[in-house]
Write a protein that binds this ligand. Structure first.
Ligand SMILES: [Zn+2]
Length: 118
């Protein structure tokens, strides 16, 4: 009888692990969609920024305030993007050094700049 119970509890834990894996997969997929959206938004902002600069040069219109707003928003989106990318990397067992280099999670030092990784 004990063996039957073992099989049951084993099957249960396999099902739970599979459930967690599915959750991780769904989470990862959601992250990837968000990252793709952010990249599109960032690309559109860069394009807008280019237009603003072009307009300011050709029409001689003052657009500094708009450029400032664009740059500010770009920095914010870039920060969001880095955070999301880091979350994807965590689940892939990769970590990013302050210098931007990707290292395996088990690395103690960055393989590019040599900085100690936490
Ligand atoms: Zn580094």
């Amino acid at each position: 009888m004990a063996a039957f119970e073992d099989v049951l509890s084993c099957a249960k834990s396999v099902a739970q692990t599979a459930g967690r894996k599915t959750e991780e997969f769904v989470e990862l997929t959601k992250l990837r969609v968000k990252i793709a959206d952010l990249r599109r938004e960032i690309a559109a902002l860069y394009e807008g920024l280019g237009r603003l600069v072009y307009d300011s040069r050709t029409a001689n219109e003052p657009v500094d305030d708009m450029i400032d707003a664009c740059v500010e928003q770009l920095s914010e989106l870039q920060a969001q993007l880095t955070k999301l990318e880091d979350r994807v990397m965590e689940s892939k067992n990769v970590i990013r050094c302050d210098c931007g280099t990707l290292n395996v999670n088990s690395a103690v030092f960055c393989n590019q700049c040599g900085k100690r990784l936490d």
